[in-house]
Design a protein around this ligand. Structure first.
Ligand code: AHG
Ligand code: MN
Ligand code: MN
Length: 337
């Protein structure tokens, strides 16, 4: 007999059945998002065969150089999600303003935010990249939504997920009932459930931080890393390992797989420039925090829980400390001492 495997479509339809009053709207929206990830996966896999590597010659709202693929993947997300009538509007790290659903298309009750290509500096060197997304309910005027409608706390997210384009393409999602991982079967074009109920080990001996910023770190971050680096002979009494991929998606995926802690903290250089952090609250920090917490981990700015932050602007940036609970709690306590 054929060995049945659960596709992500079957999985979310079965989840939907557990919710009273679900119309299928949300399930269809998720399906469109997954389709966009499959299209991006295909492009990422083909790389220079389809001429998508290199810089676009433009900058995003945060003054970061855009890669060709930042723009292409942003367009893919818009085109795949604008027509079906599930969304009131979209917002992305690569667009200055929110994206209105084009006239002639029906509008729906959800808002979609995304980082279409996370870690895009890794595209040209053939290292893992990903896509991060978050779904919110449109609570205000869903006919003419504004940026204000997006300014909801992370705790309000209906769903969040990421796709990672690595040795295999995977999709990791949460709708608030745990975290599940799916692997893209290229032959049938479906994400198949391969990692049910992903959880982050509480204890870890691995940390991730861009150590080139060390001279700018605040004292609590310096203390934490120093204690890790001191190894067996130090206060932790254990040797630690360090990783830095420069794709948040890859770091979070590693942490979901074998534990660890990831930090992009506030530092003195950012303070001098008047920025709060590097990573974006709406497109990176909130969706990843939702996933990490749902997997039993923790996520803070070093001082407060990320998902409790009331956003004040669409492109707001925040410091991020996430991963194995005990380590995140330790780092947060160093900040609050
Ligand atoms: P993006 O490619 O979407 O701009 O995101 C890159 C982010 C994040 O994924 C990664 O952890 C971090 O920036 C890397 O920063 P450094 O280049 O400072 O290491
Ligand atoms: Mn990113
Ligand atoms: Mn990006």
């Amino acid at each position: 007999m054929h060995n049945h495997r659960t596709s992500v479509t079957q999985f979310i339809i079965e989840e939907q059945r557990k919710l009273a009053g679900a119309t299928g709207d949300f399930t269809s929206l998720l399906n469109d998002v997954f389709t966009a990830c499959k299209v991006i996966s295909n492009l990422v896999n083909h790389g220079e065969l389809v001429g998508v590597l290199g810089a676009a010659g433009s900058e995003n709202v945060q003054g970061e150089e855009q890669k060709k693929m930042d723009i292409i993947t942003n367009d893919i997300f818009l085109q795949t999600n604008e027509w079906a009538g599930h969304l009131a509007a979209m917002a992305s790290e690569e667009m200055d303003d929110i994206y209105q659903i084009p006239a002639g298309n029906p509008k729906g009750k959800y808002l979609l935010t995304f980082d279409p290509l996370d870690g895009s500096s890794n595209m040209d060197v053939n290292v893992s990249v990903g896509t991060i997304f978050s779904i919110l309910r449109c609570k205000g005027n869903c006919v003419n939504p504004t940026a204000e409608d997006f300014l909801q706390r992370g705790t309000e997210q209906v769903a969040a997920g990421y796709a990672i384009y690595g040795p295999s393409t995977m999709l990791v999602i949460t709708t608030g009932q745990g975290v599940n991982g799916f692997t893209l079967d290229q032959n049938i074009g479906e994400f198949v459930l391969t990692h049910p109920n992903m959880t982050i080990p509480e204890e870890t001996r691995e940390f991730a931080i861009n150590a080139s910023n060390m001279r700018h770190w605040e004292a609590p971050v310096k203390r934490y890393v120093d204690e890790c680096l001191a190894g067996k002979e130090g206060p932790r009494g254990e040797d630690f390992n360090m990783r830095w991929v420069a794709s948040m998606v890859a770091e979070v995926h590693r942490i979901l797989t074998r534990g660890g802690v990831f930090m992009y903290p506030l530092d003195e250089k950012m303070k001098a420039k008047g920025t709060e952090g590097k990573l974006r609250l709406m497109y990176e920090a909130n969706p990843m925090s939702f996933i990490v917490e749902q997997a039993g981990g923790a996520s803070t700015t070093g001082r407060i829980r990320i998902m409790d932050i009331q956003p004040s602007e669409l492109h707001q940036r925040v410091p991020v400390v996430l991963g194995s609970k005990n380590e995140v709690e330790r780092i947060t306590s160093y900040h609050n001492e």
